[in-house]
Design a protein around this ligand. Structure first.
Ligand SMILES: Nc1ncnc2c1ncn2[C@@H]1O[C@H](COP(=O)(O)OP(=O)(O)O)[C@@H](O)[C@H]1O
Ligand SMILES: [Mg+2]
Length: 251
């Protein structure tokens, strides 16, 4: 059973089908790429999976259950997290506090438990330890108390990705994780993705424009064009695919 399975998924903006009948699957433990020209529907597809948009038709199954009509927070709670093209950090908060934000079901935030320190203190301490070890893995520990705005573009991307671990996800949807990142750090980001897979058993669906990096790390790829999947396969096969070369590489 795939971890994520899309069947004939549609998302319209008015009468325009930005996602026009997409079927694909991602198996547990895979790193799957999603590529295609600008405007082909990649970001809309990720937003629809994550619940930011309601699908107009088709099915989204995650871990064997339909998530097509769940609210984004319910989808996140089931273990499906996403990151955005633009880092969505709280820039005036410290890197550590940003890392702590997504920790799920924080008891200290419930009015009922907040006055009872003993009820949330151990959880808070465990979360802080996990956030600190995440920052250490990302080589950001020495920046833990610096405001997030002081981080480089690449460090912001690493922090945004790493902190999703606090929600204990199974699947991460990443939208251009290396956008605006210097080439050397772009490779580091993909090494971190691979490390997160092996350390935490995570699964990834990744939109990425830097094909030379993406192709080094993915197991398989899907290619979108005008809201549809036009090809699927391993990097070597995708590179040779005549239709892909025509619509994507402009040959
Ligand atoms: N909120 C929106 N309202 C209307 N049209 C949109 C919206 N978001 C995206 N689109 C359109 O849907 C198409 C797919 O966009 P997008 O999913 O962002 O593509 P990609 O991420 O592949 O570049 C584009 O034609 C875009 O203009
Ligand atoms: Mg996009």
């Amino acid at each position: 059973m795939p971890l994520l399975e899309l069947t004939n998924l549609h998302k319209f903006f008015g009468r325009f089908a930005a996602v026009a009948g997409v079927s694909l699957h991602v198996d547990a433990g895979e790193i799957v790429g999603l590529i295609g020209p600008n405007g082909s529907g990649k970001s809309t597809l990720l937003s629809t999976i994550a619940g930011a948009y309601q699908p107009d038709d088709g099915a989204i199954d995650f871990n064997g259950e339909s998530i097509a009509h769940l609210a984004p927070d319910k989808i996140f709670a089931r273990g499906l997290a996403r990151s955005y093209q633009e880092p969505s950090l709280f820039f005036r908060m410290s890197a550590l506090d940003n890392a702590l934000l997504p920790a799920r079901a924080q008891r200290g935030e419930h009015a009922r438990w907040a006055p009872l320190r003993s009820r949330w203190w151990s959880q808070e301490r465990a979360n802080t330890a996990l956030a600190a070890s995440t920052l250490a893995d990302l080589k950001l520990l020495e920046r833990a108390h610096a405001p997030a705005s002081d981080l480089s573009g690449g460090q912001m991307k690493l922090l945004e990705m790493g902190r999703t671990l606090m929600g204990n996800p199974k699947l991460l949807l990443l939208d251009e994780p290396t956008a605006g990142v210097a080439p050397a750090l772009a490779y580091t980001i993909f090494e971190e993705i691979e490390r997160m897979r092996s350390m935490h058993g995570l699964t990834f669906l990744i939109v990425e424009h830097r094909l030379e990096i993406l192709f080094d790390f993915v197991d398989r790829l899907y290619v979108m064009h005008m809201g549809q999947v036009i090809a699927e396969g391993k990097p070597a096969a995708i590179e040779q695919d005549a239709l892909v070369r025509e619509v994507y590489f402009g040959e």
